[in-house]
Ligand binder design. Structure first.
Ligand code: SF4
Ligand code: SF4
Length: 340
């Protein structure tokens, strides 16, 4: 079994963390059964967020009896003191606990620091003093803010997208975290569904000893795949490296990661899926993407008013309207019979 030490938090956990975003889409009963199975088989790190609707509630139902044997991280998007305390109290209530192991600022547009006008960093310190949180973390999709957080020395963990499609700058950030003795929690280790070989994904991140991937799981079969990595962690082999190299070639350049930070769109375009439809068609069962419901979503791209809001919010600086138009064109051609 491989473990990861999350820097100065001294949290040591199995290298397979549980990402609790997708459990929003399943019932309480299904979620509890999935989480209990994960815990029974050796997962001890669970990551959620106030923003993930009922995810915290479901984790609370499943983990309340084993609270002292697991690590729970949650997040707040609060930018005022009042919102911070409201979020924290709601989160603790939902999770049926009186403390969080890590409380993270959820993808803020600035790096919270003591003395800034939001006052939220001071709230973190106060919550720590009160014993309501044990460690302070930050999540982000922007390199600049992540770097500022590392340099500030104010954070014990950084959560950032990290997978084998990472750029050299992103890979450098992993070592910078290690130098600063900060835990690195990897979100989107499957790049939002674009990486389909989880063994290759695992073997890549496992090369970095301070990286903890949190796998977003919604179905029992997905969970079993990651549970099998507890006993038999995939090692990097020539065959896996070939898969990675091929994926890197085919996904090179600017592609939509599906993070959804550009939402909402004023005309209701589901950008996080529509802007990567060509990839989804070719990397997952295409029939799932050709249903009437998906066709309707794709047709909304025609309504784009080019307001530019999505471009401003995309942390990867994508020309989203252009990407959407290209994906729609390809989608129409596939519907008309173009071979995949
Ligand atoms: S530019 Fe188009 S896709 Fe982007 S937010 Fe505006 S309307 Fe939506
Ligand atoms: S366009 Fe950018 S912000 Fe929007 S989902 Fe894709 S990667 Fe994320």
């Amino acid at each position: 079994m491989e473990t990861v030490r999350l820097g100065k938090t001294e949290i040591v956990t199995n290298r397979n963390g549980f990402g609790a975003l997708p459990i929003q889409r399943i019932s309480d009963e299904e979620a509890v059964s999935l989480i209990c199975r994960a815990y029974d088989q050796g997962m001890t790190f669970f990551d959620t967020a106030r923003f993930y609707t009922d995810s915290e509630h479901k984790l609370g139902l499943a983990l309340k009896k084993v609270r002292d044997k697991v690590f729970i991280a949650s997040k707040t998007a609060a930018v005022t003191r009042a919102a911070f305390w409201q979020d924290l109290e709601t989160t603790l209530g939902n999770l049926q606990t009186d403390y969080l192991d890590i409380y993270q600022f959820h993808n803020p547009e600035f790096c919270p620091k003591p003395g800034d006008e939001s006052g939220v960093y001071e709230c973190m310190l106060e919550a720590k003093e009160q014993g309501k949180i044990r460690h302070i973390g930050i999540t982000n999709h922007r390199l600049g803010i992540a770097e500022e957080a590392i340099e500030s020395g104010l954070y014990e963990t950084l959560q950032f997208p990290f997978c084998y499609l990472a750029t050299p700058e992103e890979i450098r950030m992993v070592s910078r975290c290690q130098e600063a003795d900060m835990g690195f929690i990897a979100m989107k280790a499957l790049s939002g569904g674009l990486i389909t070989n989880s063994a290759a994904a695992y073997a890549f991140v496992a090369q970095y000893e301070n990286v903890l991937p949190i796998w977003g799981v919604q179905q029992a079969a997905e969970l079993e795949e990651f549970l099998s990595y507890i006993e038999n962690p995939p090692m990097m082999t020539k065959a896996l490296q070939t898969i990675i190299d091929e994926d890197r070639d085919s996904l090179a350049g600017n592609f939509c990661r599906g993070c959804g930070y550009c939402l909402p769109c004023p005309v209701g375009i589901e950008i996080n899926n529509c802007a990567r439809m060509s990839l989804l068609l070719r990397r997952s069962p295409s029939e799932l993407q050709l249903t009437e419901a998906v066709q309707e979503k794709m047709s909304k791209i025609e309504n784009c008013i080019h307001c530019g809001q999505c471009v401003k919010k995309c942390p990867y600086h994508l020309d989203t309207p252009e990407l959407l138009a290209r994906n729609l064109q390809d989608y129409k051609e596939v519907l008309a019979g173009k071979a995949l």
